[in-house]
Structure formats: structure tokens, C-alpha cells
Design a protein around this ligand. Sequence first.
Ligand code: NAP
Length: 337
Amino acid sequence: MKAYEVKPGAASLDDLIAVERPEPKAGAGEVVIRVRAASLNARDQGIVAGRYRFGAATKPTVPLSDGAGEVIAIGAGVTRFKPGDRVMHTFRRGWIDGPYHPDHVGESMGLPLDGMLAEQVLANAQDCVRVPDHLSYEEASCLPCAGVTAWHALMEKKALLPGDTVLLIGTGGVAIFGLQFAKLTGAKAIVVSSSDAKLERAKTLGADDGVNYKTHPEWDKEVMRLTDGRGVDHVIEVGGATIPKSIGSLATGGYVHAIGFVAGPQPTFSASDFVRRDGHLDGIMVGSRVMFERMNAAIAVAKMKPVVDKVFTFAQARLAYEYQRSPDLFGKVVISI
Ligand SMILES: NC(=O)c1ccc[n+]([C@@H]2O[C@H](COP(=O)([O-])OP(=O)(O)OC[C@H]3O[C@@H](n4cnc5c(N)ncnc54)[C@H](OP(=O)(O)O)[C@@H]3O)[C@@H](O)[C@H]2O)c1
């Protein structure tokens, strides 16, 4: 079968190579997934460039944590699925329920485990979830990392309430899922982005307000103005270095969900500013299978569809990576397999 591998010691996209691998066979408790689509996350860029914060490829590794496909074989004892079922793999093998544990970090798809950019993938049946009926494989492939991360932050830590206000940093994968979950719940959503055109596009998805962080470097003040001085209840904080401004945007008792580092990893902020707001700062590590299933139930009822920006073919995998890092990105980049 065809697959892509990231070479050990990868430093650039030249280290993403097309390979042939043997077709997997399902052992006890396992399923073979015929992958139909896989999607990219910011993490995948770090892995192929050798600058991922949580490790590097030390053996040839199939990239991309996120994908969807159909079960084509099941091993002994598998009752969760049958051939023909449409499934997605969780971001982390073995994190079924309960809180995050450091042991889970070594079980991440796409590094160090082989990921989804392959025609076939071997998986434990316990680590797979069903695709909601209304979603295509391309749409479903967006859910395992970006979708579950936004869901975990907004719904599992302290559930979002109708009437709350959510702040989304940027218009990438996690942020756009955060926007969709905010609107699904009846919350107000404010997006900050580098682009007025993207802010307009976010408004077509329900964003109530937008702030351009290039033309308003002090965007926390704008957020305060837009909320009549109250601030926001939740921040999908994917910036890292933007944490001080996220805190500056916070309502009393609000939550800054620390998720990523697209603006850099080294924030400095005034502890007293944070304490004065009675704020909460929590780290998010994607989420468990049970969170994934709760999210899918909500998505199915609302008939919510992930925002797919562009779909590339399997042969165009490199182009997909290049597009995902371009300033044009809005939502998710998918590779059809
Ligand atoms: N902890 C977890 O469980 C977890 C899970 C998923 C992702 N992450 C992390 O979360 C981050 C986002 O991931 P993603 O896959 O959603 O990324 P993505 O799809 O690549 O989107 C990144 C977006 O960030 C915005 N951005 C870039 N620089 C910025 C800055 N200086 N200030 C504000 N916004 C900025 C841009 O939006 P505009 O173009 O609109 O400006 C860009 O589109 C990454 O660091 C990723 O590693 C963590």
C-alpha cells in the first residue's frame, strides 16, 4: 500500500517521502482502516520541519494524526465495529476516558505512532469512533485533533453557557471549531485575525465581532470595548505569546484555555492582572475518546460541518503542507486518499 513517511531527523518538507508499505493485518482487538481522507494541523508542520515542541521522528513515521476511513477488516474479539463502518481514529491511543495522564503523550498519532497519511492503518478498535452520518470522509478527517481540542476547552473543562462570550485567536483549525461550538451553544463569539477578509468570512459562520490584530496590536482593548468593558468568558488561546492579551480580554472568573504557540511560546504577564480577574488558565491536551464521542453526538444533532478550506489529492501531499502554512489558511486543509 502507498503511504508517506517523515524521515528520522526531518528538517523540511523534503523529508516527507512517498513509500510502499506492507498491508496491515488485523490481530485480536484490532481493525484495519481503509483511510479515505486525512487532515493537517499546525503540529504536522512542526514535525516535518524538526521543530515540534514535543519530540522528533527517530524512525520513519507516517505523519498526520487526523483521518477518517472505513473498516475493511476486524480481528478476533472486535464487537465495536464491522467491515464497512465509517470511523475516525482518536488523536491519542489508549486515552479512553478520565483526565489526561502524562503517559498518554507517547501514544500520539503521527508522532511517535504512525499516523493517517497512508492507504491503510492498523488500529485498536477501542481507539476508533464512528463518523457522524451527515459528514463526508473529508469533513470527518478534521475532527480528531482540532475539533476535540476546541470541544474539550469549551465544553469539558467548564461547559460554555448560552450568553457567554468566547474569544477565538486566529482563523485556523482549532479556532474555527471553537467558533462553531460557540454558536452551536448560543454564545457570543469574537474573532481576532490578521485579515479583514477572514474576519468577514468568520462572520458568515456566525462570529458576532472581529478585531484585526495587525491594525489593532492592542486588541485586548478592542475586545473590552466590544464587550462594554466586561470581557470574555473563554479564550481559545492558540497563540502562546498572546496569553497576556488573552488575560487582558478576560471577564471576571473567565477561562484562558492554553492550547498552542503560533505567536511564540514565551508570554510574560502580570500575575496581579490575572489574579484581579479571578481568572483560570488551563492547559489542553486534545482529549479522550469519550470526549470525542460526546462531541460527535452534538455535531450530529446540530448537523454541524467542519470548515474545509481546501482538499488536495494524495499525490499533492506536499502542496497541502505548503498551503496549510500560507496566510490564506481558513479552517482545515484535507488530503483525499
Ligand atoms: N494542546 C493541544 O491539544 C493542541 C491541539 C491542536 C492544536 N494545538 C496547537 O494550537 C495551535 C493552533 O493549531 P491549529 O492547527 O489550529 O493551527 P492552524 O490551523 O495552522 O492556524 C493557525 C492560525 O493562527 C493564527 N495566528 C498566527 N499567528 C498569530 C499571532 N501572532 N497572533 C494571533 N493569531 C495568530 C492565524 O490566524 P489568522 O490567519 O486569522 O491571523 C493562523 O491561521 C498550534 O500551536 C498547535 O500546535 C494544540
